[in-house]
Design a protein around this ligand. Structure first.
Ligand code: SF4
Length: 476
Protein backbone atom coordinates (compact mmCIF):
# COMPACT_ATOMS: atom_id res chain seq x y z
CA UNK A 1 0.00 0.00 0.00
CA UNK A 2 1.76 3.14 -1.14
CA UNK A 3 0.72 5.96 1.12
CA UNK A 4 2.78 8.86 -0.15
CA UNK A 5 1.72 10.92 2.83
CA UNK A 6 2.57 8.17 5.28
CA UNK A 7 6.14 7.63 6.38
CA UNK A 8 5.35 4.15 7.70
CA UNK A 9 5.65 2.53 4.29
CA UNK A 10 8.52 1.53 2.07
CA UNK A 11 9.21 3.59 -0.98
CA UNK A 12 10.67 2.66 -4.32
CA UNK A 13 13.10 5.14 -5.72
CA UNK A 14 12.29 5.54 -9.38
CA UNK A 15 10.86 4.38 -12.67
CA UNK A 16 12.58 4.86 -16.04
CA UNK A 17 11.38 4.85 -19.63
CA UNK A 18 13.05 5.38 -23.00
CA UNK A 19 11.95 5.13 -26.62
CA UNK A 20 13.47 5.49 -30.09
CA UNK A 21 11.01 5.64 -32.99
CA UNK A 22 12.86 4.76 -36.24
CA UNK A 23 9.97 6.11 -38.32
CA UNK A 24 10.65 9.57 -36.91
CA UNK A 25 7.37 9.97 -35.01
CA UNK A 26 7.33 12.25 -31.99
CA UNK A 27 7.69 10.26 -28.80
CA UNK A 28 6.98 12.73 -25.95
CA UNK A 29 3.34 11.76 -25.48
CA UNK A 30 4.22 8.03 -25.51
CA UNK A 31 6.78 8.68 -22.77
CA UNK A 32 4.05 10.48 -20.81
CA UNK A 33 1.78 7.43 -20.93
CA UNK A 34 4.69 5.13 -20.13
CA UNK A 35 5.54 7.21 -17.06
CA UNK A 36 1.89 7.28 -16.10
CA UNK A 37 1.98 3.46 -15.94
CA UNK A 38 5.13 3.66 -13.79
CA UNK A 39 3.75 6.31 -11.43
CA UNK A 40 3.62 3.83 -8.51
CA UNK A 41 7.45 3.76 -8.56
CA UNK A 42 7.78 7.44 -7.65
CA UNK A 43 5.40 10.30 -7.03
CA UNK A 44 7.64 13.21 -6.04
CA UNK A 45 8.86 14.44 -9.39
CA UNK A 46 8.98 13.45 -13.03
CA UNK A 47 10.44 14.55 -16.32
CA UNK A 48 10.74 13.92 -20.04
CA UNK A 49 13.64 14.77 -22.39
CA UNK A 50 13.39 14.33 -26.17
CA UNK A 51 15.65 14.92 -29.15
CA UNK A 52 15.42 14.70 -32.92
CA UNK A 53 17.94 12.15 -34.22
CA UNK A 54 17.88 13.86 -37.64
CA UNK A 55 18.20 17.34 -36.17
CA UNK A 56 21.21 19.20 -34.81
CA UNK A 57 23.29 17.05 -32.43
CA UNK A 58 22.94 18.23 -28.89
CA UNK A 59 19.50 19.77 -29.14
CA UNK A 60 17.43 18.27 -26.35
CA UNK A 61 14.10 19.58 -25.16
CA UNK A 62 13.23 18.66 -21.61
CA UNK A 63 10.61 19.42 -19.04
CA UNK A 64 10.50 18.27 -15.47
CA UNK A 65 8.82 19.28 -12.27
CA UNK A 66 7.58 18.31 -8.86
CA UNK A 67 4.45 16.23 -8.68
CA UNK A 68 2.60 13.47 -10.49
CA UNK A 69 2.94 12.94 -14.23
CA UNK A 70 -0.52 14.36 -14.90
CA UNK A 71 0.24 17.40 -12.70
CA UNK A 72 3.55 18.28 -14.37
CA UNK A 73 2.55 17.75 -18.03
CA UNK A 74 -0.33 19.27 -19.95
CA UNK A 75 -1.44 18.99 -23.56
CA UNK A 76 0.55 22.15 -24.31
CA UNK A 77 3.72 20.58 -22.87
CA UNK A 78 3.98 18.33 -25.91
CA UNK A 79 3.50 20.99 -28.57
CA UNK A 80 7.11 22.12 -28.24
CA UNK A 81 8.54 18.68 -27.47
CA UNK A 82 9.40 17.41 -30.92
CA UNK A 83 11.70 14.43 -31.23
CA UNK A 84 11.88 10.75 -32.18
CA UNK A 85 14.08 9.66 -29.26
CA UNK A 86 13.55 10.37 -25.60
CA UNK A 87 13.78 9.30 -21.99
CA UNK A 88 11.51 9.81 -18.99
CA UNK A 89 11.62 9.36 -15.26
CA UNK A 90 9.44 9.28 -12.16
CA UNK A 91 11.17 9.78 -8.83
CA UNK A 92 10.90 9.20 -5.15
CA UNK A 93 14.08 10.41 -3.43
CA UNK A 94 16.22 8.18 -1.22
CA UNK A 95 19.51 9.95 -1.94
CA UNK A 96 19.35 13.63 -2.82
CA UNK A 97 16.74 16.12 -1.70
CA UNK A 98 13.24 16.29 -3.09
CA UNK A 99 13.73 19.39 -5.26
CA UNK A 100 13.11 20.34 -8.87
CA UNK A 101 16.88 20.40 -9.63
CA UNK A 102 17.08 16.76 -8.58
CA UNK A 103 14.25 15.70 -10.88
CA UNK A 104 15.32 13.59 -13.86
CA UNK A 105 16.07 12.96 -16.71
CA UNK A 106 19.42 14.67 -16.41
CA UNK A 107 20.57 16.38 -19.57
CA UNK A 108 24.30 16.93 -19.96
CA UNK A 109 26.01 18.89 -22.73
CA UNK A 110 29.61 17.99 -23.42
CA UNK A 111 32.07 18.05 -26.31
CA UNK A 112 30.64 14.94 -27.98
CA UNK A 113 27.05 16.15 -27.89
CA UNK A 114 24.32 15.67 -25.35
CA UNK A 115 23.36 12.87 -22.99
CA UNK A 116 19.94 12.39 -21.44
CA UNK A 117 19.92 9.97 -18.54
CA UNK A 118 17.33 8.42 -16.24
CA UNK A 119 18.39 6.19 -13.35
CA UNK A 120 16.67 3.83 -10.93
CA UNK A 121 18.64 2.55 -7.93
CA UNK A 122 21.24 3.74 -5.45
CA UNK A 123 25.01 3.62 -5.77
CA UNK A 124 27.06 2.80 -2.70
CA UNK A 125 30.24 4.44 -4.05
CA UNK A 126 28.66 7.65 -5.34
CA UNK A 127 30.60 9.76 -2.82
CA UNK A 128 33.98 8.47 -4.02
CA UNK A 129 32.99 8.86 -7.65
CA UNK A 130 31.72 12.35 -6.98
CA UNK A 131 34.97 13.32 -5.24
CA UNK A 132 37.01 11.98 -8.16
CA UNK A 133 35.10 14.25 -10.48
CA UNK A 134 35.04 17.25 -8.17
CA UNK A 135 38.85 17.18 -7.78
CA UNK A 136 39.22 17.38 -11.55
CA UNK A 137 37.01 20.40 -11.84
CA UNK A 138 33.46 19.07 -12.23
CA UNK A 139 30.76 21.36 -10.90
CA UNK A 140 27.57 19.58 -9.88
CA UNK A 141 24.14 21.02 -10.33
CA UNK A 142 22.24 18.39 -8.38
CA UNK A 143 22.77 16.27 -5.29
CA UNK A 144 21.79 12.96 -6.88
CA UNK A 145 24.15 10.14 -7.79
CA UNK A 146 22.62 9.98 -11.27
CA UNK A 147 24.58 13.11 -12.16
CA UNK A 148 27.78 11.33 -11.12
CA UNK A 149 26.92 8.52 -13.54
CA UNK A 150 26.23 10.99 -16.37
CA UNK A 151 29.56 12.77 -15.81
CA UNK A 152 31.47 9.50 -15.75
CA UNK A 153 29.88 8.43 -19.01
CA UNK A 154 30.73 11.80 -20.57
CA UNK A 155 34.32 11.54 -19.37
CA UNK A 156 34.74 7.97 -20.64
CA UNK A 157 33.30 9.05 -23.96
CA UNK A 158 36.37 11.19 -24.59
CA UNK A 159 38.48 8.00 -24.73
CA UNK A 160 36.11 5.57 -26.45
CA UNK A 161 34.90 5.12 -30.02
CA UNK A 162 31.25 4.84 -29.12
CA UNK A 163 28.89 6.08 -26.44
CA UNK A 164 27.93 2.50 -25.54
CA UNK A 165 31.58 1.72 -24.81
CA UNK A 166 31.61 4.78 -22.56
CA UNK A 167 28.50 3.50 -20.75
CA UNK A 168 30.17 0.09 -20.26
CA UNK A 169 33.37 1.66 -18.94
CA UNK A 170 31.46 3.94 -16.60
CA UNK A 171 29.25 1.05 -15.45
CA UNK A 172 32.36 -0.88 -14.41
CA UNK A 173 33.11 1.85 -11.87
CA UNK A 174 29.63 1.93 -10.37
CA UNK A 175 28.91 -0.10 -7.25
CA UNK A 176 25.34 -0.64 -6.23
CA UNK A 177 22.01 -0.68 -7.97
CA UNK A 178 21.39 0.91 -11.33
CA UNK A 179 18.94 0.45 -14.12
CA UNK A 180 19.79 3.17 -16.60
CA UNK A 181 18.25 4.56 -19.73
CA UNK A 182 20.62 6.81 -21.69
CA UNK A 183 19.84 8.86 -24.78
CA UNK A 184 22.69 10.08 -26.98
CA UNK A 185 22.07 12.11 -30.14
CA UNK A 186 21.59 8.94 -32.25
CA UNK A 187 21.31 6.01 -29.82
CA UNK A 188 19.15 4.70 -27.00
CA UNK A 189 21.06 2.67 -24.41
CA UNK A 190 19.85 0.58 -21.50
CA UNK A 191 22.08 -0.78 -18.73
CA UNK A 192 21.38 -2.89 -15.68
CA UNK A 193 23.79 -3.50 -12.80
CA UNK A 194 25.40 -6.95 -12.65
CA UNK A 195 23.24 -8.02 -9.68
CA UNK A 196 20.04 -6.96 -11.43
CA UNK A 197 18.65 -5.25 -8.33
CA UNK A 198 16.19 -3.17 -10.32
CA UNK A 199 14.20 -4.33 -13.32
CA UNK A 200 14.54 -3.11 -16.92
CA UNK A 201 12.83 -4.55 -19.96
CA UNK A 202 12.76 -4.06 -23.72
CA UNK A 203 9.63 -3.61 -25.83
CA UNK A 204 8.74 -2.92 -29.43
CA UNK A 205 5.86 -1.10 -31.08
CA UNK A 206 5.94 -1.10 -34.86
CA UNK A 207 9.25 0.55 -35.70
CA UNK A 208 9.95 1.87 -32.24
CA UNK A 209 12.01 0.25 -29.47
CA UNK A 210 11.26 0.90 -25.82
CA UNK A 211 13.10 0.46 -22.52
CA UNK A 212 11.03 0.51 -19.34
CA UNK A 213 11.28 -0.38 -15.67
CA UNK A 214 8.25 -2.65 -15.89
CA UNK A 215 6.29 -4.52 -18.52
CA UNK A 216 3.05 -2.80 -17.44
CA UNK A 217 4.39 0.35 -19.15
CA UNK A 218 4.86 -1.58 -22.41
CA UNK A 219 1.29 -2.87 -22.35
CA UNK A 220 -0.06 0.58 -21.55
CA UNK A 221 1.45 2.05 -24.71
CA UNK A 222 0.51 -0.94 -26.89
CA UNK A 223 4.04 -2.31 -27.24
CA UNK A 224 4.97 -5.96 -27.20
CA UNK A 225 7.45 -7.34 -24.70
CA UNK A 226 10.73 -8.35 -26.35
CA UNK A 227 12.81 -9.44 -23.35
CA UNK A 228 14.33 -8.28 -20.06
CA UNK A 229 17.71 -6.57 -20.08
CA UNK A 230 20.00 -9.11 -18.39
CA UNK A 231 21.64 -8.22 -15.09
CA UNK A 232 24.97 -6.69 -16.13
CA UNK A 233 23.96 -6.18 -19.77
CA UNK A 234 24.25 -2.99 -21.80
CA UNK A 235 21.94 -2.84 -24.82
CA UNK A 236 22.30 -0.27 -27.60
CA UNK A 237 19.37 0.50 -29.85
CA UNK A 238 19.83 2.11 -33.27
CA UNK A 239 17.97 1.74 -36.60
CA UNK A 240 20.71 -0.75 -37.58
CA UNK A 241 19.55 -3.10 -34.79
CA UNK A 242 20.06 -3.90 -31.14
CA UNK A 243 23.57 -4.62 -29.83
CA UNK A 244 24.26 -6.34 -26.55
CA UNK A 245 27.35 -6.18 -24.34
CA UNK A 246 27.38 -8.79 -21.57
CA UNK A 247 30.95 -8.27 -20.38
CA UNK A 248 29.74 -7.14 -16.94
CA UNK A 249 27.37 -10.09 -16.39
CA UNK A 250 28.05 -12.28 -13.35
CA UNK A 251 27.46 -16.02 -13.00
CA UNK A 252 23.72 -16.42 -12.57
CA UNK A 253 23.90 -17.58 -8.95
CA UNK A 254 25.49 -14.25 -7.98
CA UNK A 255 22.61 -12.17 -9.30
CA UNK A 256 20.49 -10.50 -6.62
CA UNK A 257 17.19 -9.02 -7.67
CA UNK A 258 15.41 -6.92 -5.07
CA UNK A 259 12.75 -9.27 -3.72
CA UNK A 260 10.62 -6.27 -2.79
CA UNK A 261 9.84 -5.72 -6.46
CA UNK A 262 7.81 -8.92 -6.22
CA UNK A 263 6.47 -8.36 -2.71
CA UNK A 264 5.40 -4.79 -3.05
CA UNK A 265 6.96 -2.29 -5.48
CA UNK A 266 6.09 -3.53 -8.92
CA UNK A 267 2.60 -3.48 -10.36
CA UNK A 268 0.92 -6.89 -10.20
CA UNK A 269 0.38 -6.85 -13.97
CA UNK A 270 4.15 -6.71 -14.58
CA UNK A 271 6.50 -9.62 -15.17
CA UNK A 272 10.11 -9.25 -14.03
CA UNK A 273 12.75 -11.59 -15.42
CA UNK A 274 10.10 -14.03 -16.52
CA UNK A 275 8.27 -14.18 -13.18
CA UNK A 276 4.78 -12.73 -12.83
CA UNK A 277 4.55 -10.31 -9.92
CA UNK A 278 0.92 -11.28 -9.39
CA UNK A 279 1.71 -15.00 -9.32
CA UNK A 280 4.60 -14.39 -6.88
CA UNK A 281 2.21 -12.59 -4.50
CA UNK A 282 -0.37 -15.36 -4.80
CA UNK A 283 2.38 -17.84 -3.89
CA UNK A 284 3.39 -15.75 -0.86
CA UNK A 285 -0.23 -15.89 0.32
CA UNK A 286 -0.36 -19.66 -0.17
CA UNK A 287 2.85 -20.09 1.86
CA UNK A 288 1.37 -17.98 4.66
CA UNK A 289 -1.73 -20.20 4.71
CA UNK A 290 0.46 -23.32 4.91
CA UNK A 291 2.92 -21.99 7.48
CA UNK A 292 0.63 -19.76 9.61
CA UNK A 293 -2.87 -21.26 9.43
CA UNK A 294 -5.71 -19.92 11.56
CA UNK A 295 -9.47 -20.49 11.67
CA UNK A 296 -11.35 -17.51 10.29
CA UNK A 297 -14.36 -16.43 8.19
CA UNK A 298 -12.80 -13.99 5.75
CA UNK A 299 -9.41 -13.20 4.16
CA UNK A 300 -8.79 -9.58 3.12
CA UNK A 301 -5.80 -7.76 1.63
CA UNK A 302 -4.59 -4.29 2.51
CA UNK A 303 -4.72 -2.64 -0.93
CA UNK A 304 -3.07 -2.87 -3.33
CA UNK A 305 -0.14 -5.17 -2.79
CA UNK A 306 -1.84 -7.21 -0.04
CA UNK A 307 -4.73 -8.19 -2.32
CA UNK A 308 -3.03 -10.87 -4.41
CA UNK A 309 -1.39 -12.42 -1.33
CA UNK A 310 -4.81 -12.48 0.36
CA UNK A 311 -6.25 -14.27 -2.65
CA UNK A 312 -3.44 -16.83 -2.43
CA UNK A 313 -4.15 -17.35 1.28
CA UNK A 314 -7.85 -17.84 0.53
CA UNK A 315 -7.18 -20.30 -2.31
CA UNK A 316 -4.87 -22.40 -0.14
CA UNK A 317 -6.97 -22.30 3.05
CA UNK A 318 -10.45 -22.46 1.51
CA UNK A 319 -11.50 -19.44 3.62
CA UNK A 320 -13.51 -16.96 1.50
CA UNK A 321 -11.67 -13.96 0.05
CA UNK A 322 -13.35 -10.57 0.27
CA UNK A 323 -12.87 -6.83 0.20
CA UNK A 324 -12.70 -5.02 3.51
CA UNK A 325 -11.27 -1.70 2.41
CA UNK A 326 -12.16 1.16 0.14
CA UNK A 327 -9.13 3.11 -0.97
CA UNK A 328 -9.24 6.78 -1.94
CA UNK A 329 -6.72 7.05 -4.75
CA UNK A 330 -6.88 10.82 -5.17
CA UNK A 331 -4.17 11.74 -2.67
CA UNK A 332 -1.60 13.76 -4.62
CA UNK A 333 1.68 15.35 -3.57
CA UNK A 334 0.04 18.57 -2.46
CA UNK A 335 -2.42 16.83 -0.17
CA UNK A 336 -2.51 18.60 3.21
CA UNK A 337 -1.68 16.04 5.87
CA UNK A 338 -3.82 16.22 8.97
CA UNK A 339 -1.95 17.45 12.06
CA UNK A 340 -1.11 14.88 14.74
CA UNK A 341 -3.60 16.60 17.02
CA UNK A 342 -6.38 16.62 14.43
CA UNK A 343 -9.22 14.17 14.62
CA UNK A 344 -8.76 13.10 10.99
CA UNK A 345 -6.27 10.28 10.50
CA UNK A 346 -3.99 10.01 7.47
CA UNK A 347 -4.69 6.31 7.21
CA UNK A 348 -8.47 6.69 7.39
CA UNK A 349 -8.48 9.43 4.77
CA UNK A 350 -6.71 7.10 2.39
CA UNK A 351 -8.36 3.87 3.45
CA UNK A 352 -11.75 3.16 4.95
CA UNK A 353 -13.28 -0.11 6.14
CA UNK A 354 -16.38 -1.71 4.62
CA UNK A 355 -18.14 -2.34 7.94
CA UNK A 356 -20.80 -4.53 6.34
CA UNK A 357 -18.14 -6.91 5.05
CA UNK A 358 -16.33 -7.46 8.37
CA UNK A 359 -18.95 -7.04 11.10
CA UNK A 360 -19.01 -10.08 13.40
CA UNK A 361 -16.37 -11.92 11.33
CA UNK A 362 -13.03 -13.44 12.20
CA UNK A 363 -10.83 -11.62 9.67
CA UNK A 364 -7.39 -12.53 8.32
CA UNK A 365 -5.75 -9.33 7.12
CA UNK A 366 -2.81 -9.69 4.71
CA UNK A 367 -0.33 -6.84 4.29
CA UNK A 368 3.04 -6.73 2.52
CA UNK A 369 5.20 -5.48 5.38
CA UNK A 370 5.34 -3.91 8.82
CA UNK A 371 7.88 -1.09 9.02
CA UNK A 372 7.37 0.94 12.19
CA UNK A 373 4.06 -0.67 13.05
CA UNK A 374 1.98 2.47 13.34
CA UNK A 375 -0.01 1.97 10.14
CA UNK A 376 -0.65 -1.73 10.78
CA UNK A 377 -1.86 -0.89 14.29
CA UNK A 378 -4.25 1.74 12.94
CA UNK A 379 -5.68 -0.60 10.31
CA UNK A 380 -6.22 -3.38 12.87
CA UNK A 381 -8.00 -0.87 15.10
CA UNK A 382 -10.18 0.30 12.20
CA UNK A 383 -11.25 -3.30 11.53
CA UNK A 384 -12.16 -3.82 15.19
CA UNK A 385 -14.05 -0.52 15.34
CA UNK A 386 -16.02 -1.72 12.30
CA UNK A 387 -17.11 -4.81 14.20
CA UNK A 388 -14.56 -7.49 13.24
CA UNK A 389 -14.70 -10.22 15.91
CA UNK A 390 -11.04 -11.18 15.51
CA UNK A 391 -8.17 -9.75 13.44
CA UNK A 392 -5.36 -12.10 12.42
CA UNK A 393 -2.50 -10.36 10.61
CA UNK A 394 -0.32 -12.15 8.07
CA UNK A 395 2.62 -10.38 6.41
CA UNK A 396 3.77 -11.44 2.94
CA UNK A 397 7.46 -10.70 3.71
CA UNK A 398 9.82 -11.65 6.57
CA UNK A 399 10.48 -9.07 9.34
CA UNK A 400 12.68 -6.10 8.37
CA UNK A 401 15.82 -5.99 10.42
CA UNK A 402 18.40 -4.20 8.28
CA UNK A 403 18.71 -1.10 6.10
CA UNK A 404 18.78 -1.15 2.31
CA UNK A 405 21.59 0.64 0.45
CA UNK A 406 20.30 -0.06 -3.03
CA UNK A 407 17.36 2.26 -3.49
CA UNK A 408 14.65 1.28 -1.04
CA UNK A 409 13.85 3.78 1.63
CA UNK A 410 13.92 1.65 4.78
CA UNK A 411 14.11 3.75 7.95
CA UNK A 412 17.06 3.42 10.30
CA UNK A 413 17.20 0.28 12.39
CA UNK A 414 16.02 1.81 15.64
CA UNK A 415 12.75 2.71 13.94
CA UNK A 416 12.11 -0.78 12.58
CA UNK A 417 9.64 -2.45 14.88
CA UNK A 418 11.08 -5.94 14.30
CA UNK A 419 14.58 -4.86 15.36
CA UNK A 420 13.83 -4.62 19.03
CA UNK A 421 10.76 -6.83 19.42
CA UNK A 422 9.75 -10.45 19.08
CA UNK A 423 6.85 -11.41 16.83
CA UNK A 424 4.68 -11.79 19.94
CA UNK A 425 5.62 -8.27 21.09
CA UNK A 426 4.84 -6.85 17.64
CA UNK A 427 1.47 -8.62 17.76
CA UNK A 428 0.71 -6.85 21.02
CA UNK A 429 1.84 -3.46 19.65
CA UNK A 430 -0.40 -3.67 16.57
CA UNK A 431 -3.26 -5.17 18.58
CA UNK A 432 -3.79 -8.31 16.43
CA UNK A 433 -5.14 -11.61 17.74
CA UNK A 434 -2.37 -13.49 15.95
CA UNK A 435 0.52 -12.44 13.71
CA UNK A 436 2.53 -14.43 11.17
CA UNK A 437 5.30 -13.44 8.74
CA UNK A 438 6.47 -15.12 5.54
CA UNK A 439 9.42 -17.40 6.25
CA UNK A 440 12.74 -16.35 4.74
CA UNK A 441 13.24 -19.73 3.08
CA UNK A 442 9.98 -19.21 1.15
CA UNK A 443 11.38 -16.20 -0.73
CA UNK A 444 13.25 -18.22 -3.34
CA UNK A 445 10.18 -20.35 -4.05
CA UNK A 446 8.15 -17.17 -4.26
CA UNK A 447 10.40 -15.87 -7.06
CA UNK A 448 10.57 -19.26 -8.82
CA UNK A 449 14.20 -19.78 -7.83
CA UNK A 450 15.52 -16.51 -9.30
CA UNK A 451 18.61 -15.40 -7.39
CA UNK A 452 17.43 -12.60 -5.08
CA UNK A 453 18.68 -10.07 -2.54
CA UNK A 454 17.42 -10.65 1.03
CA UNK A 455 19.71 -8.10 2.71
CA UNK A 456 17.01 -6.24 4.62
CA UNK A 457 15.92 -9.49 6.31
CA UNK A 458 19.28 -11.17 6.87
CA UNK A 459 21.89 -8.35 6.93
CA UNK A 460 23.80 -10.33 4.28
CA UNK A 461 24.03 -8.19 1.18
CA UNK A 462 25.21 -9.29 -2.26
CA UNK A 463 28.10 -6.82 -1.97
CA UNK A 464 29.95 -5.34 0.97
CA UNK A 465 27.72 -2.56 2.32
CA UNK A 466 29.25 0.86 3.05
CA UNK A 467 30.78 1.27 6.53
CA UNK A 468 28.36 4.08 7.27
CA UNK A 469 24.82 4.73 6.24
CA UNK A 470 25.43 6.71 3.03
CA UNK A 471 21.81 7.23 2.16
CA UNK A 472 21.15 10.92 1.49
CA UNK A 473 24.81 11.78 2.08
CA UNK A 474 25.13 14.51 -0.53
CA UNK A 475 22.90 16.72 1.59
CA UNK A 476 25.47 16.86 4.37
S1 SF4 B 1 18.14 -4.99 0.91
FE1 SF4 B 1 15.93 -5.53 0.69
S2 SF4 B 1 14.96 -3.72 -0.23
FE2 SF4 B 1 17.21 -3.53 -0.54
S3 SF4 B 1 17.62 -4.43 -2.56
FE3 SF4 B 1 17.89 -6.07 -1.05
S4 SF4 B 1 15.85 -7.03 -0.95
FE4 SF4 B 1 15.56 -5.05 -1.93
Amino acid sequence: MALSMDSDRLHEECGVFGIYDFDGNDVASTIYYGLFALQHRGQESCGIAVSDTKGPKGKVISQKGMGLVNEVFTQESFEGMKGDIGVGHVRYSTAGASTRENAQPLVLNYVKGTLGLAHNGNLINANELREDLAYTGAIFQTTIDSEVIAYHIARERLNTHTVEDAVCRAAKKLKGAFSLVVMSPRKLIGARDPFGFKPLCIGKRENAYILASETCALETIGAEFVRDVLPGEVVTITPEGMKSDTSLCLPREQEARCIFEYIYFARPDSRIDGVSVYAARIRAGRFLAIDSPVEADLVVGVPESGNAAALGYAMESGIPYGNAFVKNGYVGRTFIKPKQSSRESSVRIKLNVLSDAVRGKRVIMIDDSIVRGTTSGRIVRMLRESGAAEVHVRISSPPFLWPCYFGTDIPEQKQLIACSRTVEEIRQVIGADTLGYLKIDRLSEMSEGLPICKGCFTGKYPMEPPAEDIRGDFER
